[in-house]
Ligand binder design. Structure first.
Ligand code: PLP
Length: 228
């Protein structure tokens, strides 16, 4: 057992529960996703054995390779990076949740591949809430259209929304961006179709996960703090 990883995980979990309590929520409502994109399969194994079974990867090929190598472990895989349509099929065979759906075309491609595999795929819609040009994601005003597209898809379930805070902003900017994602979910939840339920908010990384939890995050994606 890697003691340093175990302590890192415990420390982040403690900070999660403090942030949850501060905002009147339960730490059970927040899932820690360990982002293992910085390390190889061997180190990823140590993270799982130290107690973190929800793992996020941002590159499809790495996700496939690690999933094959670590098939003996009870990992829940999260695809958190940009997904090209030609990599959809293999990715949805592995990922329990795709966080980074950023276009109607990708939604449709996932649905088609899911049909072929005879499964329903759970996804989040990624939004560009910081307005930074380099960021992937729907623009906030595209949400009605995205939901409308999703409504017509038999093999996709939209569980919520995802975002990243801007790279150039401060903590106040991050808070505003997280609050914007929450409001986007809240204001579109009530009249959404049966396969769209905007309950999950995937937001917050090593530098801002506590702020994200205060603003309603249910999934936090933490990498460098766990691996240090
Ligand atoms: C790398 C990455 C993270 C984790 O970032 P850290 O700052 O290392 O915690 C979270 N989400 C996404 C989408 C990432 O690419």
């Amino acid at each position: 057992m890697n003691e340093a990883f175990k302590q890192n995980i415990e420390s982040v979990r403690h900070r999660i529960s403090v942030a949850a309590e501060k905002s009147g929520r339960s730490s059970d409502d927040v899932t820690l996703i360990g982002v293992t994109k910085y390390v190889d399969a061997g180190v990823t194994r140590e993270i799982v054995e130290a107690g973190c079974v929800n793992l996020g990867e941002n590159r499809p090929q790495v996700l496939w390779d690690k999933a094959a190598e670590l098939a003996d472990l009870p990992i829940r895989w999260h695809m958190i990076g940009h997904l090209q349509r030609n990599k959809v099929k293999r990715t949805i065979e592995i990922a329990d949740l795709v966080h980074s759906v950023d276009s109607p075309r990708l939604l449709t491609a996932i649905n088609e591949a899911a049909k072929g595999l005879n499964k329903k795929v759970e996804v989040l819609l990624e939004f560009n809430v910081s307005g930074e040009a380099a960021k992937h994601g729907f623009e906030p005003d595209q949400i009605s259209n995205a939901i409308e597209v999703a409504a017509g898809l038999s093999h996709v379930a939209v569980n919520g929304l995802m975002c990243m805070a801007g790279l150039n902003g401060d903590q106040g900017d991050a808070r505003r961006e997280f609050a914007m994602l929450r409001q986007l979910a809240e204001s579109n939840e009530s009249d959404s179709p049966a396969n769209v339920e905007l309950k999950e908010l995937s937001m917050g990384m090593s530098g801002d996960f506590e702020i994200a939890i205060e603003e309603g995050a249910t999934l936090v994606r933490v990498g460098s703090l766990l691996l240090k």
